[in-house]
Write a protein that binds this ligand. Structure first.
Ligand code: F6P
Length: 328
């Protein structure tokens, strides 16, 4: 165990994700287990700048494992992007005698953490928490599994209406730069077509495919559209285009929005959050810095922030094939 680390701070930053509370709880209790003090930072990286800190003990995190959102609250801090903001954050950490930091968030959070580490050589370990599952080096991010289940449940309900009225529904799901939610929830909910940012299907091919499926005897259809998809960039315009070029269906649009981010975390996300929280404290105490603790082949792994934020979201081609075959 590193002699130097006696006090660890933990924060959640960026979009909240179900299971973040489980990760906070695991960090706090790991600290207690290792006899290290733990401090919670409210409102993410912005809270570092504002010095919004609170001592946390094992009982401070009781009854949160089952709750969505983040009890530490979150923010997307513009001020942390400035040198002056980061300097204030560093001064506050030093003033509170904090030796290391655990940040739970997505690529924006890790980018900030990496810059901060480079500038101040401050020990930071990250935990991937975002419903988008768009972080390199980890098979899953906290919140993704719960979001998938929420999306599938919502589409199941939409299907009842689609089927009863012989309608075509375009359902927009989250995933600014990544199609993971769309692709997996689309397969799970039996969607006809799935539009993702990583693949440009083109409007004409979409219309041709919907026409074919109507001819093959389908009476209703669900098309899942990731919010970052290029042809569905404006889902209302896409709906108009389909209406103009395909009169076989009545077309409706549902944008699921933030209902995908909230709600009770699934068991998977609670266990993942717990494992990553324990792993993050272990990593800091072993002297690791500037890394994310992720999960690969069901084992914890340390991934340098530079790798984690590479921004190359590789889509599983096998899943695309499964989606194509099962929607025939
Ligand atoms: O990063 C998670 C995410 O839910 C994205 O899928 C979405 O584009 C974005 O956050 C929305 O962010 P906000 O809640 O700040 O509008």
């Amino acid at each position: 165990m590193s002699e130097k680390i006696k006090r660890i701070a933990v924060l959640t930053s960026g979009g909240d994700a179900p299971g973040m509370n489980a990760a906070i709880r695991a960090v706090v209790r790991s600290c207690a287990y290792h006899d290290v003090e733990c401090v919670g930072v409210f409102r993410g990286l912005q809270g570092l700048i504002e010095g919004d800190f609170k001592e946390l003990g094992p009982r401070s995190v009781k009854n949160i494992i089952n709750r969505g959102g983040t009890f530490l609250k979150s923010a997307r801090s513009q001020e942390f992007r400035t040198k002056a903001g980061r300097q204030e954050a560093y001064d506050n950490l030093k003033e509170s005698n904090i030796d290391a930091l655990v940040v739970i968030g997505g690529d924006g959070t890790f980018t900030g953490a990496k810059v901060f580490n480079e500038e101040y050589d401050f020990p930071i370990v990250g935990i991937p928490g975002t419903i988008d599952n768009d972080i390199n080096g980890t098979d899953y991010t906290i919140g993704y599994d719960t979001a998938l289940n929420t999306v599938v449940e919502a589409i199941d309900k939409i299907r009842d209406t689609a089927n009863s009225h012989n309608r075509l529904f375009l359902v927009e799901v989250m995933g600014r730069d990544a199609g993971d939610i769309a692709l997996n929830a689309g397969i799970g909910a039996g969607a006809e077509e799935i539009l993702i940012p990583e693949q440009d299907m083109g409007k004409d091919r979409l219309v041709a495919s919907l026409r074919r499926s109507k001819k093959s005897g389908k009476s209703s259809s669900i098309v899942v559209v990731a919010e970052g998809d290029q042809i569905g960039k404006n889902i209302m315009e896409l709906a108009d285009y389909i209406r103009e070029n395909l009169d076989e269906y009545e077309v409706k649009v549902t944008v699921l929005g933030h209902i995908q981010r909230g709600g009770t975390p699934s068991c998977y996300d609670r266990v993942l959050g717990s494992r990553l929280g324990v792993g993050a404290v272990d990593a800091l105490l072993k002297g690791e810095r500037d890394v994310m603790i992720g999960i690969s082949h069901n084992k914890l792994v340390s991934v340098p922030f530079t790798e984690a934020i590479k921004g190359e979201n590789e889509i599983d081609l096998d899943l695309i094939r499964v989606a194509d075959i099962t929607s025939v």
